[in-house]
Ligand binder design. Structure first.
Ligand code: SF4
Length: 374
């Protein structure tokens, strides 16, 4: 199965923590989507299997007119085979949500929404420079629930000046809506963002790492109590509501990324990425000369990536997969490397699968890196 990712590179304003590619210039959303559609036609032959998911991310794709989304989805469906139950997700910000918009999105073919709530508190939203406020956050979920049974609420933990109690309140508000899916991301300071500048200037003080860990631990505990499955480090779904797009990404399935800055993967060893510049992207498409860079992953890279992505998933690392795909030398190396973490109960064997314990989950990326072949 294959997946399609569309990066829409515009936002109303810049969130202080964000290092994704986007522009806040006044836009012609249909014009950008037309360019992306041209890229789609040029690269269609890269998709070798029926589509299982389409994901509109960004940027802020909820700034796109539903009629443009509809004709884009129609164009995809004419050109590709897809499974009947294909998941079609759009990332939306609360300030773009209203009843008409959602009705039109639904008839355009969107069947899943990922709602960027981030926090239910105005002080957090202001600190992060989000475009919406608490009232819009609450209202948007009430409207979304009327039109979509498959939706996700995105939250951020580790926000400066928040306590464990604040985070608990945020989680309780989210859980009161009983959403089928929640994604929760830690606030990280990315280079050259406004947050990076504010921290360096000592205008914002970051939370202590131990408190961030406590917030993550609370997240797992509360959501598991409410019947969510933590199927991937940041992703929690009720049964039958795991995101196909997320899972396929973490399972290293092939995906074609369209639009400025989007990444693609052939499902084996080739990664590629589009230029992160809207103007040059446009020039490239118009001249028929796409500005894409490629890299080929070595066997060692693929092994390291497999460890990283698998440890993040509840399924864990499959020893038989390592044996089949990389050979017995890699199995012996892995068995040697894990002993320290088995001893500390950070990792455990569940039959043929190596998994991370709840107490060590917050440290997943660091533990995976310890097991890498360098
Ligand atoms: S809306 Fe999303 S993509 Fe745009 S600046 Fe904020 S976090 Fe980044």
């Amino acid at each position: 199965m294959a997946n399609l990712y569309i990066h829409f590179p515009f936002c109303k304003q810049a969130c202080h923590y964000c290092n994704f590619h986007f522009s806040t210039k006044k836009i012609d959303s249909g014009g950008m989507l037309d360019l992306i559609n041209k890229e789609l036609k040029i690269r269609a032959s890269e998709v070798k299997a029926p589509l299982e998911s389409i994901y509109f991310g960004g940027g802020t794709p909820s700034m796109i007119e539903p009629k443009s989304i509809k004709s884009f989805i129609n164009s995809i469906k004419v050109q590709f085979q897809f499974i009947p139950e294909i998941e079609v997700t759009l990332e939306a910000n609360p300030d773009d949500i209203n009843e008409d918009y959602l009705l039109n999105l639904r008839s355009a073919g969107i069947n899943r929404l990922s709602l960027g709530i981030q926090s239910f508190f105005d002080e957090d939203l202001k600190l992060m420079n989000r475009a919406h406020d608490q009232k819009q956050a609450l209202e948007s979920i009430n409207i979304v629930r009327k039109y979509f049974n498959n939706y996700s609420i995105d939250l951020i933990y580790g926000i400066p000046y928040t306590t464990l109690k604040d985070w608990k309140k945020n989680l309780n508000i989210a859980l009161d809506f009983n959403p089928p899916h929640i994604s929760a991301y830690v606030l990280t300071v990315e280079k050259k963002t406004a947050l990076d500048f504010l921290v360096k200037e000592k205008k914002i003080a970051l939370l202590d790492e131990e408190l961030v860990k406590q917030q993550y631990d609370l997240l797992i505990k509360k959501l598991e109590q409410k019947g969510y499955i933590n199927y991937e480090f940041s992703s929690f779904g009720k049964p039958n509501y795991f995101s196909v797009n997320n899972l396929n990404y973490w399972n290293n399935k092939p995906y074609l990324g369209l639009g400025p800055s989007s990444h693609s993967f052939d499902g084996v060893s080739i990664r590629s990425w589009n230029i992160s510049n809207n103007h040059q992207y446009k020039k490239g498409i118009e001249s028929g000369k796409l500005l894409i860079e490629y890299e080929e992953l070595s066997k060692k890279d693929r092994y390291n990536e497999y460890l990283m992505t698998s440890l993040r998933k509840s399924e864990g690392v499959s020893l038989s997969y390592v044996e089949e795909s990389f050979g017995s030398t890699y199995v012996s190396y892995l068995e040697e490397q894990v002993s320290r973490h088995l001893h500390k109960r950070n990792l455990f064997w569940d039959g043929n699968f190596l998994k991370i314990s709840n107490k060590a989950k917050f440290l997943t990326d660091g533990i995976a890196a310890d097991l890498f072949i360098v």
